[in-house]
Design a protein around this ligand. Structure first.
Ligand SMILES: NC(=O)c1ccc[n+]([C@@H]2O[C@H](COP(=O)([O-])OP(=O)(O)OC[C@H]3O[C@@H](n4cnc5c(N)ncnc54)[C@H](OP(=O)(O)O)[C@@H]3O)[C@@H](O)[C@H]2O)c1
Length: 296
């Protein structure tokens, strides 16, 4: 079984490539320098050369605020790119596992979002990702879209690493407390994708869109407090973290106030049970201090 992972240097891409797969699996991971998904021919050539059995797209433009001033780049990567992959996979008869985001929702729902809730993205990133999801659905029936949220890992750009970096020289941090979501470890997202891939390889045909995120919900402020609490064995007493409102922290992109994902469907269909977000965070914080330098 050969897998092709696009965006192999990103948080989820990296976890997909470094995880232990069954012995008969081969993983070809390509980063942006090797295959730029905005280039249709590069995508088609790679599919022809690599001849994978399943493709996983972990490549995306994920800079939510920067997307507001670079909409063309965001759309090329998040909307056109998945479209090229869908067409290439359809031509070659290969299923595609694509990753989507909680930011396709506007956050006005009071309960966790289900897969079939209406989308209404608030910014360029969410709109471009939503267009990418549609391109996949329209171009390739044999797809699984995994919608995830608030992704972090011991490497790459993410909220956990940003908090730890800022706290190194600021005694007080101010963090938004009126946006809630479900932090998701990139390794857990990769594990969920691996389960799906193995089910597809075994002949499963449950195509469609599935939510996967850490179990439970928390605000960015609560997430920051948990990060510092769990990091205290290495970095010492937590800094003061003041709770502020979204209005007090204006950003170029508007974000959903609630983007908690309901993950019942992925459990029912694929038997995947997200673990509590805090349990996964403890593991990543340990990795960050024991194997990666937090400032790396
Ligand atoms: N991060 C989150 O909080 C979050 C939340 C919900 C959903 N997601 C989704 O989860 C997926 C993976 O996210 P992540 O956090 O792992 O993202 P990430 O760490 O930002 O990784 C994305 C990777 O895609 C690469 N890339 C960018 N443009 C590309 C192009 N034109 N061709 C090929 N590769 C390109 C990036 O390379 P460069 O670094 O060189 O640009 C990067 O290595 C994405 O679909 C994202 O939308 C993420």
């Amino acid at each position: 079984m050969k897998l092709l992972v696009l965006g192999a240097a990103g948080q989820i891409g990296h976890e997909l490539c470094r995880r232990v797969w069954p012995a008969d699996y081969r993983i070809a991971g390509v980063d942006r320098a090797e295959v730029d998904i905005t280039r249709q021919e590069a995508v088609a050539d790679t599919l022809r050369q690599e001849r994978p059995d399943i493709v996983i797209n972990a490549a995306a433009y994920t800079a939510v605020d920067r997307a507001e001033s670079e909409p063309d780049v965001a759309w090329a990567v998040n909307a056109a790119g998945p479209g090229h992959l869908a067409v290439g996979c359809e031509t070659a008869g290969i299923p595609l596992v694509h990753i989507s985001t909680d930011y396709v929702f506007d956050g006005r729902k009071e309960a966790p979002y289900r897969e079939d809730d209406p989308v209404n993205p608030l910014g360029v990133y969410g709109r471009s990702k939503e267009a990418g999801d549609r391109a996949v659905r329209e171009g390739l029936p044999e797809h699984v879209i995994v919608r995830t949220a608030w992704v972090y890992s011991a490497q790459g750009h993410n909220f956990a690493r940003t908090m730890l970096r800022l706290a190194a020289d600021r005694p007080v941090l101010r963090v938004v407390a009126d946006q809630i979501g479900s932090p998701t470890s990139a390794a857990d997202a990769a594990a969920a994708i691996a389960t799906i891939v193995q089910r597809l390889a075994a002949g499963d045909r449950n195509w469609g869109t599935y939510n996967f995120a850490g179990a439970g919900a928390v605000s960015w402020h609560g997430f920051a407090e948990a990060i510092f609490e769990l990091a205290s064995p290495w970095r010492g007493a937590p800094p003061r973290v003041d709770a502020i409102t979204t209005a007090e922290y204006p950003t170029p992109a508007q974000r959903p106030a609630n983007s908690v994902l309901d993950c019942r469907l992925i459990r029912e269909v694929f038997g995947i049970e997200p673990r509590p977000w805090r349990e996964a965070l403890a593991e990543v914080i340990r990795e960050l201090y024991e194997t990666v330098s937090p400032s790396a």
